[in-house]
Ligand binder design. Sequence first.
Ligand SMILES: NC(=O)c1ccc[n+]([C@@H]2O[C@H](COP(=O)([O-])OP(=O)(O)OC[C@H]3O[C@@H](n4cnc5c(N)ncnc54)[C@H](OP(=O)(O)O)[C@@H]3O)[C@@H](O)[C@H]2O)c1
Length: 294
Amino acid sequence: MTDDKAVTVLGLGAMGSALAGAFLAAGRPVTVWNRTPGKAGELVARGATEVATAEEAVRASGLVVACLWDHRSVHQTLDPVTGALAGRVVVNLTNGTPGQGRELGGWAGEHGFALLDGGIMAVPPMIGGPGAFVLYSGPEEVFTAHRDALDALGESRYVGSDHGMAALYDIALLSAMYGASMGELHAFAMVRSAGVRAAEFAPLLQRWMAMVGGFHERTAELVDSRDYTRDVVSNLGMQAAAYHNLIDAAHEQGVSPELLAPLYPLMLRRTAEGHGHEDNAGLIELLFTRRSTT
Ligand SMILES: NC(=O)c1ccc[n+]([C@@H]2O[C@H](COP(=O)([O-])OP(=O)(O)OC[C@H]3O[C@@H](n4cnc5c(N)ncnc54)[C@H](OP(=O)(O)O)[C@@H]3O)[C@@H](O)[C@H]2O)c1
């Protein structure tokens, strides 16, 4: 018989340790396991129970949270203990693709346990704090039953019964983050090429990105309507002409334009197809490789 409030955390990397710490802070009995022993000292000092095998860890709680390296490591850890998982709930917070989330959901069903797949939108020090949010998908009744426990990690966001949805949202958000990161690094490289310290430039970058970030709702309206001609103030043709300067300027300054380069041919193609007068949100129409999903 396990304590109803008990939680097991599999994986004590930077993130798994933060998750276990947040469950402890919420007053839950926590059992932890890590492939390589010796990482639980601090958590044990705070009241966690460390066990030597994944099977013991799984048997200790009705709710089992996995935060491992990748999809493969989730199977490597859980395949041998599916017998012990029957009747329990697994919350997989290991980063993966939508397809991997769906595969795990089907695999859990075959073995008689419920699975929520998740995506953590925070770095470890944020876990349990107001800025963190975690995406979940899978059976809604399972999410609802365990929401109280999961809320210890940050704001819990349920995004659908399809097991792939949490990973889809996660990957979409990370894609936007990496796009912004590419722009940030290129911008710093440009100013550094002229001897300007990044710290000096950063406040302007912060201000500019905060302003640019405010356009998402407008872009969303255009994307949803598929009408990119409404209230255009910066048309694509004009932007394509100016974008060439971004690439030329990088060459002039001895900076590789490779982080910027992929957008340019798309701009040219869309303009050549007669959409130069439209908003650049219309570039999205060039991204789909399967017509049926659009
Ligand atoms: N850190 C972040 O900022 C962050 C943010 C959001 C999401 N995430 C996601 O959280 C997950 C964990 O990240 P992390 O930051 O905790 O990584 P980490 O510090 O590198 O830890 C990786 C964990 O995975 C375990 N592991 C690796 N291969 C394994 C295998 N084959 N079988 C069993 N366990 C295995 C490691 O165990 P050993 O100690 O034995 O190597 C360790 O516990 C990843 O999917 C990551 O994408 C991380």
